[in-house]
Design a binder for this molecule. Structure first.
Ligand SMILES: N[C@@H](CCC(=O)N[C@@H](CS)C(=O)NCC(=O)O)C(=O)O
Length: 244
């Protein structure tokens, strides 16, 4: 646990009209900062401002990735070092602030993350993505619509078809039940995936659910019907109190 109260980390986060963190990827890092009680401050960036801001700060672009510049990004204030990409940030935080420790990977965790991505992928694309514009500023909405519609090849509104949405959640059912059982493997020792203490996979799950919750409570509640997701989300709540 960091003893200092001065800002150690500046967290570059994604802005929304609710003025709280909603990006699932940023949530993983914010959960780490909250769990480890690292003093930090947040800079919220609108979608169209991410690239120019990070470029202006001299952040090294991810030339191999789909996005050259993305949040989360952090500045480690004591060394004035900038890091982008959630995996790289997680490793940096774990090695720089090892107490309390957060296991970043495990065999069970990797399985759960992979299965969760697969089963929730379609349901989230039909339920969360088209509703994201509801919580974006007009400028960010234009950017989001332009980039996502180009990628998906259809209008966001057309994705919000109640029948299609229902169908995608129904199709996710079996997979959700299987992954929720895996999540409860160490139930006897505690509510987290590895038992009594959280690991990065718990933050991956909680961050995804919190994103759904900020975008649309109904979509979030669909996930809470599954005990594994519910247990992890509720166990992570103490580390989600600080949202900005
Ligand atoms: N590979 C990146 C992905 C992060 C990511 O997708 N960030 C989104 C927000 S959730 C973003 O910054 N998007 C910028 C854009 O769409 O231009 C990571 O793991 O950090």
């Amino acid at each position: 646990m960091a003893a200092q109260t001065e800002t150690e980390i500046v967290l570059y986060d994604l802005a929304c009209t609710k003025n709280v963190c909603f990006s699932p990827t940023v949530w993983r890092i914010r959960l780490m900062l909250n769990y480890k009680r690292i003093p930090y401050r947040t800079v919220f960036l609108e979608f169209p401002d991410i690239e120019p801001t990070l470029k202006g700060l001299g952040v090294v672009p991810n030339e191999a990735g789909q996005l050259k510049y993305a949040v989360p990004a952090i500045q480690h204030v004591p060394t004035n070092k900038y890091i982008m990409e959630s995996q790289a940030i997680a490793h940096f935080l774990e090695s720089t602030y090892p107490d309390p420790p957060l296991p970043l990977s495990s065999e069970l965790g990797s399985k759960i993350e992979a299965q969760s991505r697969t089963v929730l992928g379609t349901a989230f694309r039909t339920s969360v993505m088209p509703r994201e514009t509801d919580i974006l500023s007009p400028r960010a909405q234009d950017y989001f619509r332009r980039t996502r519609e180009a990628f998906l090849g259809r209008r966001l509104e057309d994705m919000l078809d109640p029948d299609e949405e229902e169908q995608s959640w129904k199709a996710a059912g079996d997979g959700m039940r299987a992954v929720t059982e895996l999540m409860r493997t160490n139930k006897a020792e505690g509510p987290f995936i590895l038992g009594a203490r959280p690991s990065y996979t718990d933050f991956f799950i909680a961050g995804t659910l919190q994103c759904a919750r900020v975008v649309n409570e109904g979509v979030f509640q669909r996930n809470m019907e599954y005990a594994g997701y519910k247990d992890i989300y509720e166990a992570c709540l103490p580390y989600m109190e600080r949202k900005d």
